[in-house]
Every structure is written in structure tokens, then in C-alpha cells.
Design a protein around this ligand. Structure first.
Ligand code: FAD
Length: 319
């Protein structure tokens, strides 16, 4: 009788099984659609609930040693998971990595903390700087990785430092000056996992902060569709708005299968029913083609369109 040679996945699971359940809990063939705001996509070969910084370091080291791909997901508000699922470890930060605390003008939170709870805690403490960002579905780590922003505020503007696990499994604290980033990107989202961060905010009158938060929420409710979506699909090109170009190119209401361009916002694709990832990709490709043909502008993706190995596909023309 021949004994099968253990695969890299067997080796990875053996390594993870040796990590205490206080640090990591794994699930195989784990459904992902309900963990994304688009509600689309097949299962993860392995989903790891990681509950501590040591757990994150152990997981990243094990994945590196066994050459198994991984991706960290927050609220899944900016990703498209393929219909076949991800042949990768999907890391989600939970437990001790979701805490939030305020001391003076500084707010510290775990990488998996709910962004809306972070914003609420800042407002309750009379601290300004992120009050207009409360409606962005996100985790703290996702908000830092994407440098989430709206209505004149951006997360990197208030970052004091971030704690990250590097691709080799080492833990580092990066001060603001070491964190490169700009419009909808930061180095924190490049091969690293943000396990926690401290934000430095400005004390202000609570009523004034609440007022700004309310105005931002009202504007968002008016602009964004209520159906499941992943927010903006394309980045704004320099000096223009992707939504304006897409609307002018006749994209509003365009449909492929169950995926539709929102009537409210031409840069948002909604899951109008049983949309598949293939429907969304086909629609995105058509939107990019229309803008290129009408204006000669090549739109770039803001949405992270993932392939089976959880790599980000960047060219909307080849989806
Ligand atoms: C209705 C709606 C409205 C939106 N409005 C806005 C808006 O106004 N402004 C805006 O900027 N965005 C907006 N978005 C997009 C989205 O909410 C943001 O990009 C958000 O910050 C994504 O966070 P997430 O935790 O869901 O990350 P995910 O979507 O899960 O992941 C996004 C990227 O971040 C990485 N990532 C996640 N967590 C971590 C971590 N701990 N460490 C390192 N990398 C990590 C992922 O690997 C992935 O590359 C909107 C989305 C929706 C659905």
C-alpha cells in the first residue's frame, strides 16, 4: 500500500492544528458570500478566525513556510470573491483583535474592530477627525489598508501608528511617517496584516461633531443604493469622477445576469438578485469599455477583484 505524500495544505493544517484555539480557529470549505457586502462568491478552502496577534504571526509564518496563499478580509466591503471560491486561507481578525479604547485624544483599536464602532467611540468621546466616515462599511484594518475616505476626511490623516504582521511573520510598529499612502491605497494593505492601530484625533464640541456626522450620513443615504454592493467599482481619474464618466457613457441601469449598475450611482454595481461574480466581472468589463470608447480614458479598479488564489486582478479589460 502506498502512503500519499502530504500536500502543502496538509502541512499547513498540521501546523495550524498545533496553535492553541485561543489564537486560531480554522474552518474548511467555509462559505464566504455572507462575509462580503456584495453577498457573492464561493467558499474559502480554509477560513481562519484569528483571535490574537500571536495567532496572526503563527498563521503568516505557517503560510509562508508551506507556500499557501492567504488574504485578510475585514467586512468584505471592497472585494469580489470568485464563484469557484478561494484556494487560499482567508484570515479574519476576531476576539482580542476587535477591541476599542479611548485615552485623551488617542483612540486605540484592533485591526478587526468594526469601523462604525470606532467612529461612534470617537464621537462619544468628543473627538473629531473621522466623524464623516461612520457610514463606510469596514474594519479598522480594511479602512487603513484602503485609506478609506469621504467628505474631506481620510483615515491616514489621523493615524498615529499601526501595528502590523509582516509577510515573514514578524511584528512591527509603523509610525505615521513610515506609512506611505494616498487616494484609496496604503502600504498597510500590501502583503501585511494590520493587527491594531492608534488614531490621534482632535477634541471638539460634541454637538458640532454629531452635526457633521449626521450631514455626512444623510448625503451618503441619498447617494448610495440600498441593494448589496461593494461601493465604488472604479477609482476617480485625476481631475474627474468615474461616476460622471460612467453616467455619460450610458452605464446607469446596465445589467449582466443579476448584476446591475445602480440607477442612483453609476460607479456602483449592485447585486440585484442572484448575481454571480462572473456577472459582475462581465458588467465591469463593459463599463470600462464604454468609458474608454466614449472618452479614451482607461478607468482603474478600486474594487479588489480576486482570482482563485486570492490575487488581485487589476485590468478591467481582461476580466
Ligand atoms: C455601501 C458602501 C459604501 C462605501 N463607501 C465608501 C466610502 O465612502 N469611502 C471609501 O473609502 N470606501 C467606501 N466603500 C468601500 C469599503 O467600505 C472600504 O474600502 C473599506 O475600508 C473596506 O474595508 P473592509 O474591512 O471591508 O476590507 P475588505 O473589503 O475586507 O478588504 C479590502 C482590502 O483591505 C485588505 N485588508 C482588510 N483588512 C486588513 C487588515 N487587517 N490588514 C491589512 N489589510 C487588510 C484586504 O486584504 C483587501 O485588500 C464603500 C463600500 C460599500 C459597500
Amino acid at each position: 500500500m502506498t502512503v500519499p505524500t502530504p500536500t502543502r495544505w496538509d502541512e499547513l493544517l498540521r501546523r495550524l492544528a498545533a496553535v492553541p484555539p485561543e489564537d486560531i480557529v480554522c474552518e474548511c470549505d467555509a462559505p464566504l458570500a455572507s462575509r462580503t457586502t456584495l453577498r457573492i462568491g464561493g467558499p474559502a478552502r480554509v477560513r481562519a478566525s484569528v483571535l490574537s496577534r500571536d495567532g496572526v504571526a503563527a498563521l503568516v509564518s505557517a503560510a509562508r513556510d508551506t507556500a499557501v496563499p492567504w488574504i485578510v478580509l475585514g467586512r468584505g466591503a471592497n472585494v469580489l470573491v470568485p464563484d469557484e471560491g478561494l484556494d487560499a486561507v482567508v484570515v479574519q481578525l476576531e476576539g482580542a483583535l476587535t477591541g476599542i479604547g479611548v485615552e485623551g485624544r488617542r483612540l486605540r483599536a484592533g485591526g478587526g474592530a468594526s469601523w462604525s464602532r470606532v467612529v461612534r467611540a470617537s464621537i462619544d468621546a468628543g473627538l473629531a477627525g473621522i466623524e464623516c466616515l461612520g457610514g463606510i462599511p469596514s474594519s479598522l484594518g480594511g479602512a487603513l489598508a484602503m485609506n478609506a475616505g469621504a467628505y474631506g476626511q481620510e483615515v491616514l490623516d489621523v493615524l498615529a501608528w499601526a501595528e502590523v504582521v509582516e509577510p515573514d511573520g514578524s511584528v512591527r510598529r509603523l509610525d505615521r511617517g513610515e506609512v506611505e499612502g494616498g487616494y484609496r491605497w496604503s502600504v498597510l494593505g500590501r502583503g501585511r496584516i494590520v493587527t491594531g492601530a492608534e488614531l490621534e484625533l482632535l477634541p471638539d464640541d460634541v454637538a458640532a461633531i454629531r452635526d457633521r456626522a449626521r450631514q455626512a450620513r444623510d448625503r451618503r443615504l441619498e447617494a448610495m443604493p440600498s441593494e448589496p454592493s461593494a461601493g465604488s467599482v472604479f477609482r476617480n481619474p485625476a481631475g474627474d469622477h468615474a461616476g460622471r464618466l460612467l453616467e455619460a457613457a450610458g452605464c446607469k441601469g446596465l445589467q449582466r445576469g443579476g448584476a446591475r449598475v445602480s440607477e442612483r450611482h453609476a460607479n456602483v454595481v449592485v447585486n440585484a438578485g442572484e448575481a454571480s461574480a462572473a456577472d459582475v466581472r462581465a458588467l465591469i468589463g463593459e463599463m470600462a469599455r464604454r468609458v474608454r470608447d466614449a472618452f479614451g480614458i482607461r478607468l482603474e479598479l478600486e474594487l479588489k477583484v480576486l482570482d482563485r488564489q486570492a490575487r488581485v486582478r487589476t485590468d478591467p479589460g481582461s476580466l
